[in-house]
Write a protein that binds this ligand. Structure first.
Ligand code: NAD
Length: 429
């Protein structure tokens, strides 16, 4: 019999190099001591419930046939149907999709949504294919996973390199196969086919809501507070606008083209305009530009990483001069940097809480699709605020109770919720 130790790696992954799934297992091990009587159930978090690997054969524009690897992983369906995006990237692996699905279980449980965690991916770079090839890959992939997903089983959404148009093709393919309209099969759709008002801004708005709460707890007044933001896309630019409306000033913004700085506060509307015409913040007139290293050293009250994974790491963590980090991006802080910053007294609001506004409004989209009744943007924003505030308060109370960081507290809160449901439901048969 195979012994299942704490570090059990399934036979279908490389036991020497388990990849992102190995990181998730370590995170669970760190939380296990705080799970009390639920500890015997912790193994359910370490074993994804269902994994589907599919072949996607597609005829390319030049007439040849190419095959792509597709995945859909349902990590945990304890708390409701699976929820999680679909990523198109040449580096997608099963281990990565497993880890991302598990982090979705944690994220949906942190904010208390009636969902489990799932994720999907296709291993290819869509930039190397024409729009009609990407459409055929998308449709064949959804056809292949069609029995696995479902409006009340597992609901995909967008992720890296997938967007509202991809969701429209997915919804259409699934609906054609079902012989009826199924708008609730995916979220992040265009408004015209059942998307939700407020979805585009939801993640940045959630970052703002928990940032305000963390500032309040740290005794920082938003009036005149200095904000630095890495990543000026959907999440970063929305958060910037909302913080400025609340009286703060955004002193530095970095994107893939460079860094702009103004100690008196950047004009965000003008910066958005510049980015839309020039593709990035670089070259913006009437502001100072800084090097990559200088960006991380800018003194601020709140730093918002809203770009990529691993941006805050041991090479720049010591230079960072802020009081609160609100993680808009997924996985922006490496574990070493996390320790360095925590020891420096920086509060980090973790991604599984801070960027959960996106999945929360995806949940609203799904509810509206089921009810065929659509809410106003004001109702959506109010409901989002209530959910994000409640989640922040629960995580913060857990952090104080156990004297742990907000990240560990978020995992304790989420894993406790998932395992309580697991225990109540019991094992069948
Ligand atoms: P986006 O594509 O709209 O914007 C990404 C931004 O990051 C751009 O400004 C880009 O220039 C910048 N960037 C890219 N590479 C960079 C680099 N090397 N250095 C500095 N900046 C760089 O993406 P988004 O939707 O705003 O997502 C940002 C992050 O938030 C991602 O980690 C994403 O996974 C996460 N997230 C997004 C959502 C959502 O609803 N959009 C939800 C949850 C998490």
């Amino acid at each position: 019999m195979t012994q299942q130790t704490n570090t059990y790696i399934p036979s279908y992954l490389d036991t020497e190099n388990p990849g992102p799934w190995g990181i998730f297992l370590e995170q669970v091990d760190r939380v296990a001591p705080y799970l009390g009587e639920l500890a015997p159930w912790v193994g359910t978090l370490k074993h994804p419930e269902k994994i589907l690997v599919v072949d996607i054969p597609v005829r390319l524009d030049d007439g040849t046939i190419a095959h792509f690897e597709g995945y859909r992983v349902q990590h945990s369906l304890n708390c409701g149907p699976g929820k999680g995006g679909i990523r198109y990237h040449q580096d997608v692996t099963l281990s990565e999709v497993m880890a991302l699905s598990a982090w979705m279980s944690v994220k949906t449980a942190v904010v208390g949504l009636p969902y489990g965690g799932a994720k999907g991916g296709v291993r290819f770079n869509p930039r190397n294919y024409s729009a009609s090839e990407v459409e055929r890959i998308t449709r064949r992939y959804i056809n292949a996973i069609g029995d696995f997903i479902g409006v009340d089983k597992d609901i995909p959404g967008p992720d890296v390199n997938t967007n509202a148009q991809t969701m429209a093709w997915m919804m259409d393919t699934y609906s054609m196969n079902a012989g009826k309209d199924c708008p609730g099969i995916v979220t992040g759709k265009p408004i015209a086919i059942g998307g939700s008002l407020g979805r585009v801004e939801a993640t940045g708005r959630g970052v703002f809501i928990v940032g305000v709460a963390a500032a309040r707890d740290a005794g920082i007044s938003l009036n005149g507070a200095r904000i630095c933001i890495q990543g000026f896309g959907n999440v970063g630019s929305t958060a910037a606008r909302l913080f400025i409306e609340a009286g703060a000033k955004v002193v530095a913004v970095q994107d893939h083209t460079g860094t702009v700085y103004n100690p008196d506060g950047l004009q965000i509307d003008a910066l958005v305009e510049h980015v839309s015409t020039h593709g990035g913040v670089s070259g913006k007139p009437n502001v100072q530009s800084l090097s990559n290293e200088e960006f991380w050293a800018v003194e601020s009250d709140i730093l918002i990483p809203a770009a990529l994974e691993g941006q805050i790491n041991k090479s720049n963590a010591n230079q960072i001069n802020t009081r609160i980090i609100v993680e808009g991006a997924n996985g922006p802080t490496t574990p070493e940097a996390d320790d360095i910053l925590t020891n420096k007294g920086v509060t980090i609001v973790p991604d599984v809480l801070a960027n959960a506004g996106g999945v929360t409004v995806s949940y609203f989209e799904w509810v509206q699709n089921s009810a065929n009744f659509y809410w106003s943007e004001e109702e959506i924003n109010q409901r989002l605020e209530t959910i994000m505030d409640n989640a922040y308060n629960a995580v913060s109370a857990t952090a104080i109770e156990h004297q742990v960081t907000l990240r560990t507290a978020a995992f304790i809160t989420a894993c406790t919720r998932i395992l309580q449901v697991r225990e109540l439901r019991g094992l069948y048969p």
